[in-house]
Design a protein around this ligand. Structure first.
Ligand code: ADP
Ligand code: MG
Length: 261
């Protein structure tokens, strides 16, 4: 039985349309594209946030282990050392050697405290974000002999752990960068809250970051900083000139980010 010609053409057309529909992705409207991109971005940020949380928990765990195990062991060794130094055999060269060992033990304890507190800043748990930032500022000044000012109000920085940790890490990374790359004389950190937005600025008067620095594939510090800001729906801009580097961050604070105040 043979098909009539128009019927054959119609059947062919239907088959071609069907094949086209199956093969070609359906054309999306601009709004659909944007909604799709937004959904993908939101998914990625949720994953980034979950991963960052895991990393922070692991860091806190390692910091505790370092502090409780190794820290205790070193402290006991120092007590033993002071007992040794009281013995009559500890004379002349032996005493010098023991004194040297005691000094190195003290350096090891100081390094361990610094490493543990970089992993999980004790100050965040003890006194909250404002106190932790003050400690960071103080330590930075002591270690690098660069003047660092912090303009902030304690009552504006009573934030939950997610926000406190993010802000602390951003300031920490910025200060590390300033110490390593900027050759600055002064640093200004400003935090102020207006309505439900937190404005954070970190400025230095060093050599100024170049555009090429920001595009280096190894710029993981800056990348991590950006990811942290985006994960909590903030904006970040980093600019450099011959007058120094300026990092400006706006963070919208949802109600659950604010513990009080
Ligand atoms: N405050 C700053 N002043 C001048 N240059 C900077 C500053 N911060 C960052 N940079 C430049 O940007 C680059 C990328 O920084 P970062 O991503 O933190 O990577 P890293 O510190 O590991 O080099 C640095 O190598 C440096 O050249
Ligand atoms: Mg860095």
């Amino acid at each position: 039985m043979s098909m009539s010609r128009p019927l054959l053409v119609a059947a062919l057309l239907v088959a071609v349309r069907l094949a086209w529909r199956l093969a070609a992705p359906r054309a999306m409207s601009a709004e659909q594209h944007e909604a799709d991109a937004r959904a993908r971005m939101a998914g990625r940020r949720a994953t980034d946030y979950a991963l960052e949380n895991i990393r922070e928990e692991e860091r806190a765990h390692i910091a505790r282990e370092l502090h409780d195990d190794l820290g205790q062991l070193l402290a006991t060794l120092r007590v033993d050392m002071s007992l040794l130094l009281q013995l009559p055999i500890a004379d002349g060269p032996t005493r010098d050697l023991l004194n040297g060992m005691d000094g190195r033990l003290l350096s090891a304890i100081t390094s361990l405290r610094r490493i543990a507190s970089n992993l999980r800043p004790h100050a965040l748990d003890e006194g909250g974000l404002y106190f932790a930032l003050q400690s960071l500022r103080h330590e930075f000044e002591q270690r690098h002999a660069v003047a660092c000012e912090l303009a902030a109000r304690e009552d504006e920085l009573v934030l939950n752990d997610r926000y406190s940790t993010a802000i602390f890490r951003i300031v920490q990374e910025s200060l590390t960068n300033i110490a390593r790359h900027a050759h600055a004389q002064h640093v200004h950190i400003t935090l102020r809250r207006h309505r439900s937005t937190l404005y954070l600025t970190i400025e230095d008067d060093g050599r100024g970051i170049a555009q090429a620095d920001m595009e280096k594939p190894s710029s993981f510090g800056l990348l991590g900083m950006r990811e942290r800001v985006w994960a909590i729906r903030g904006d970040i801009s980093i600019t450099g000139s011959h007058r120094g580097t300026r990092i400006e961050i706006h963070l919208p604070l949802p109600e659950q980010a604010q513990l009080s105040g």
